[in-house]
Design a protein around this ligand. Structure first.
Ligand code: XBP
Ligand code: MG
Length: 241
């Protein structure tokens, strides 16, 4: 089945962003005097909850921190965190994961359409594209399904279903690229083939539902390589090139 579109996850897939998100969260918590500090271990746990606002609520409900802002203050705190994250991204703190740029360029060259399906929000996607591609997000991706545009975040299928609807394509025409179990479940829930490349926070999760798992996206620098990864039995014999 020819691939008509690639649908990329953002955090952990386009770039390893979670350490920068964690820094933006912690700096914002300090600004608000919450006395919260999410270290790597705690953040790794909290990442099981997708969405920054939902993650803060999960921290309050599951870890009962000494200081608990009223739940209706969470959106404002998250807006401040987003503003801080956008500043950090604009300072050049992020790099695309190896292979992502080459794959996107090859897709553009071959007329394979490009979309995003992410839990993070639009300002964060825009900041990453400007910093890492030197272009606005809509110059790189035809469709961007993000954050609060859907009621249920990953692992629910909503955000991938939204991307498919906006592309006007069926799931079998597209391939999702992900880094996490939540993302994989979301893509599979929408009926998509999904290739996973785990990152530092998602290593060791159960990717048995993935159509392919690669150590690094640099193994997929072109559409042909991606097709081979999805159909290993039909892989063209390598004629020694
Ligand atoms: C990963 C997420 C996001 C980010 C933080 O999104 O779950 O919540 O961790 O971004 P993706 P926000 O689907 O791209 O892997 O604070 O904007 O939610
Ligand atoms: Mg991700």
């Amino acid at each position: 089945m020819a691939i008509r579109a690639l649908i990329f996850d953002v955090d952990g897939t386009l770039a390893e962003t979670e350490e920068l998100h964690r820094r933006a969260f912690n700096e914002t918590f300090a600004e608000y005097g919450l006395g919260w500090h999410w270290d790597r271990a705690l953040y790794g746990e909290l990442l099981k909850t997708t969405g920054g606002k939902e993650r803060m609520l999960a921290h309050i409900r599951n870890n009962a921190p000494a200081t608990r802002p009223p739940e209706d203050a969470i959106p404002a705190i998250h807006r401040r965190k987003t503003a801080r994250y956008v500043e950090l991204v604009a300072e050049g703190a992020l790099a695309l994961r190896p292979g992502i740029r080459e794959l996107i360029e090859d897709a553009h060259a071959r007329g394979v359409r490009l979309a995003v399906a992410t839990t993070t929000n639009l300002p964060n996607v825009e900041a990453l594209c400007r910093a890492c591609f030197g272009q606005p997000a809509d110059a790189v991706f035809e469709v961007i399904a993000a954050g609060d545009q859907v009621k249920a975040k990953k692992p629910a299928a909503d955000v991938y279903e939204l991307a498919l609807a906006r592309l006007g394509l069926a799931a079998h025409d597209c391939v999702a690229l992900e880094d996490s179990l939540n993302g994989l479940l979301s893509a599979k829930g929408a009926g998509l083939r999904c290739i996973v490349s785990p990152g530092p926070y998602t290593e060791g999760q159960d990717f048995s539902l993935a159509d392919a798992v690669v150590r690094c996206f640099s193994e997929l620098p072109a559409i042909k390589a991606l097709e081979n990864a999805l159909n290993p039995d039909t892989k063209e014999e390598d004629n020694g090139r």
